[in-house]
Design a protein around this ligand. Structure first.
Ligand code: NI
Length: 132
């Protein structure tokens, strides 16, 4: 590991230390490494790099043709959708989580496509990638 020192305003450092305590980071170094990775991942997403992610969808399966529409959309992304898990929430509602891998822009399009299907109640996605 390399070491480096940084200059920081006293008040900002105090806020940082409080943040670290609230978020249970074991050290300042650990927190800073986490922030750097976050920044690199955000930049990679902006530049449409390859990412891994999950897309979680909540929908009412009683809405006409919704299951077919969701399945049809997924078949359009054979290379990106690596796995899918389905859970029946109650009589009407389903939760499906897709594990995806591909260009960030394509992953966003999958999420947008799902949002546009009638009967879909909520879509949430996260993207990440391996950084050193
Ligand atoms: Ni279901």
């Amino acid at each position: 590991m390399e070491r480096f020192s940084i200059s920081i305003e006293e008040e900002l450092l105090k806020k940082f230390d409080d943040f670290i305590a609230r978020h249970k980071y074991p050290s300042r170094s650990h927190a800073i490494r986490d922030f750097i990775r976050d920044a690199l991942i955000e930049e990679a997403i902006k530049h449409n790099q390859e990412v891994f992610g999950t897309i979680t969808v909540i929908y009412n399966h009683e809405v006409k043709d919704i299951t077919d529409r969701i399945t049809h959309l997924q078949h359009g992304y054979l290379n990106e959708i690596r796995a899918a898990v389905h859970v029946h929430i109650d009589e009407k509602n389903c939760l499906e989580t897709l594990i995806v891998h591909g260009k960030a822009g394509v992953i966003k399009n999958i999420a947008k496509g799902l949002k546009g299907i009638k009967g879909v109640k909520h879509v949430k996605f996260i993207m990440t990638r391996v950084e050193p």
